[in-house]
Ligand binder design. Structure first.
Ligand code: GLU
Length: 303
């Protein structure tokens, strides 16, 4: 079966080099095996995202030579679909309303995951209906998690294991304002689009067990996962969309696409010298075995 990969950018600004790198590897992994790619705009946060950014993103991907076969509906237009999956969780009696405030959650003396999420101690799991009514405000909704190990056999990071009950706790799938959260939306969208391979930055590795759990509840097969190293500035900082000097708007003025791809590919271990190369040519030599696993410090080669 041919692989189906995806790009799932958040159109909240210009891509930075880290975003470009993750998109490049997602593209190479499927194109090197004659697979297809789905593009999806992750614009659940309508305050920060815009159609203008989405259009620039599409142009930037094409400038890099990273094409896709189909663009699916942006997440902001899919609430009614997410609602049906939310109902599946409700029917399975796995949902409960949570009234904890942000400050309560932050004061919980518990370890937290790499993405900053706190291990939820189950505070609102067994509230009575009287206790719920007494809050007199709209709740967020959490899904109960089982005490079970989830193992990701990651194409890049190797084996990653998490017990959702002790490492994460019951997690939010819908916010108090009614907006569905990333974990639910991404699981539904990848599942419905028939995605067989999810490639993204290692900062999202710890999200995979939550998504695998939801896949099981919704009846979707688990995709393969590949979490690629993050690109770090020379001082060790993670790149963000605030790093204007490393966003594509600036880089496109300075560099040809083939130069940029060659430098990234060399830094990541895919080719030996930072020579110009197109994404298509790189696909002929790509293999996951060559790709570095540890976070990559950018040096002056690219800067
Ligand atoms: N939308 C996320 C981002 O732009 C990626 C989510 C994913 O790949 O699952 O960082």
């Amino acid at each position: 079966m041919k692989p189906v990969g995806r790009f799932a950018p958040t159109p909240s600004g210009r891509m930075h080099l880290g975003n470009v790198f993750a998109a490049l590897i997602a593209w190479l992994s499927v194109r090197s095996r004659d697979g297809s790619l789905v593009l999806r705009m992750e614009d659940l946060d309508t305050q920060r995202t815009s159609d203008e950014f989405a259009q620039v993103l599409r142009e930037d991907l094409l400038w890099l030579g990273l094409d896709w076969d189909v663009e699916t509906q942006p997440q902001s237009q899919r609430s009614h679909i997410y609602e049906t999956y939310f109902d599946v969780l409700k029917e399975k009696e796995l949902l409960y309303p949570c009234y904890c405030t942000r400050s309560q959650l932050h004061s919980v003396n518990a370890p937290h995951l790499s993405d900053g999420t706190y291990v939820y101690p189950g505070t609102c799991r067994s509230l009575t209906s009287e206790q719920r009514a007494a809050f007199n405000r709209l709740p967020s909704w959490r899904v109960k998690v089982p005490d079970k190990l989830w193992t990701v056999e990651d194409l890049c990071q190797g084996t990653y294991t998490e017990d959702l009950a002790t490492d994460c706790g019951d997690f939010v799938v819908r916010r108090a304002d009614g907006v569905f959260v990333y974990q639910l939306a991404v699981t539904v969208d990848d599942g419905e689009a028939g995605v067989t391979e999810v490639v993204r930055g290692t900062d999202l590795l710890s999200s995979s067990p939550r998504q695998m759990y939801l896949q099981e509840l919704f009846g979707f097969p688990h995709p393969a996962y590949g979490h690629v190293p993050l690109l770090l500035a020379p001082d060790g900082r993670r790149l963000s969309k605030r790093d204007k000097d490393l966003d594509l708007g600036v880089l496109r003025q300075r560099l040809a696409a083939e130069k940029l791809i060659g430098s990234l590919a060399c830094t990541a271990g895919l080719i030996e010298k930072p020579e110009k190369i197109s994404a298509r040519e790189l696909a002929t030599v790509f293999s996951w075995d060559k790709l570095k696993k540890d976070n990559i410090y950018l040096d002056n080669q690219i800067l």
